[in-house]
Structure formats: structure tokens, C-alpha cells
Write a new protein. Structure first.
Length: 191
């Protein structure tokens, strides 16, 4: 078994354990038992349980963004690209990884962890920022601060997504996100 495949075996096993017991309820010893990889073998690839989880976050974000970008067509306007982002978000919000990330981030306050995760999310932000910047430069959106607009867009999603973690009503989530997108686009589109 190659280095990357063993690393992914450990990560996939850890993910199954996290989904079964939650992040905080999973011990490295459980990952050892379920994976069949020695504790030393796990620590060869990962520094800690937290490191395994952050690897899963990075992998999930990269897969999420690749799937989103694959949906886009060259002819899509930037408003359509943001609409497709919301649609992809809706499809992926109730995945086990989303719930685990919510648990992890509500509990973890370490600055070094938050900085590491910020790097992963920054890649997604930069893609959205590029679309918004293109929309402003091309006259599709009103002249405005592209970064502030990007953070406003993602802040809306984050806030609505956090609310959803408490009510778990997918139909309400979809209506709320579509309404928020309409309100956002009404504010930024150049008429």
C-alpha cells in the first residue's frame, strides 16, 4: 500500500469513527482498532487526532470546490455562478462532514488550528472573489469593494447554515438561501 493510500485509509477510518461517535467522542485508540494500523503507524502520517480531522477538512473542501467548479459553464454569468454555488451548498450541507465540521469548530478555539483551516477556506473565497471581481469589472455588478462583497456573500451563507444546524428543516433552508440570494443579487446587480 502506498503512502497516500495508507494515509487516506487512516483518514477514512477516522471519518467513520467520527461519524459514529462524534469528533470529541473518538479516541486515537479507536482509530487504531478499527483501521488495523498501529498507533505508531498513525502517528507516522498524522501528529494527532486533530491533524487527521484537519486533513479530512482539507480533502473535503478540495472535493467540494472541484465538484462546484465542474458545474460551471463558460457562458455562465457571475450571478449564475453564485447561484450554482448556493445550489451546491444546499446539496452538501447535510453531509456527515458538514455536521462534524460544525461540532469541531464550535469546540476548537486554538489559533493555530483556525489559521490552518482559514487557508483551506481562503481558496474557496478567492474563487468567489474572482467571480465577484469579474462581475464588477465587467459591469454585471455595481462598483463596490470586491472583497467586502465576497465576505458579505459567504457571511450570509455561514449565518443561514449555522441556523440550519439548529432547526434541520431542509425546505426552510432552501427557501431562506434562495431568498437571501435574491436579496443579495438585487443589491449588487447593475440594472
Amino acid at each position: 500500500m502506498g503512502k497516500e493510500s495508507k494515509k487516506d485509509l487512516i483518514a477514512d477510518t477516522a471519518l467513520a469513527c467520527f461519524m459514529s461517535s462524534g469528533y470529541s467522542g473518538t479516541a486515537v485508540d479507536e482509530i487504531v482498532r478499527v483501521s488495523g494500523v498501529s498507533k505508531g503507524g498513525i502517528y507516522w502520517y498524522f501528529k494527532s487526532k486533530e491533524d487527521i480531522f484537519l486533513y479530512l477538512v482539507e480533502r473535503w473542501i478540495n472535493e467540494w470546490m472541484a465538484e462546484y467548479l465542474a458545474r460551471l459553464e463558460e457562458a455562465d454569468s457571475n450571478a449564475v455562478k453564485l447561484t450554482k454555488y448556493i445550489e451546491h451548498y444546499l446539496e452538501k450541507i447535510d453531509t456527515p462532514m458538514s455536521a462534524l465540521m460544525a461540532e469541531f469548530f464550535l469546540q476548537n478555539k486554538k489559533e493555530c488550528v483556525l489559521k490552518r483551516v482559514n487557508v483551506y477556506f481562503k481558496q474557496a473565497l478567492e474563487i468567489l472573489h474572482g467571480f465577484i471581481q469579474q462581475a464588477i469589472a465587467g459591469g454585471e455588478f455595481k462598483p463596490m469593494d470586491a472583497w467586502a462583497t465576497t465576505y458579505a456573500f459567504t457571511g450570509i451563507l455561514d449565518g443561514i447554515g449555522l441556523q440550519w444546524q439548529f432547526h434541520k428543516d431542509k425546505q426552510l433552508l432552501e427557501r431562506t438561501l434562495r431568498t437571501a440570494l435574491d436579496i443579495f443579487l438585487a443589491g449588487v446587480l447593475k440594472h
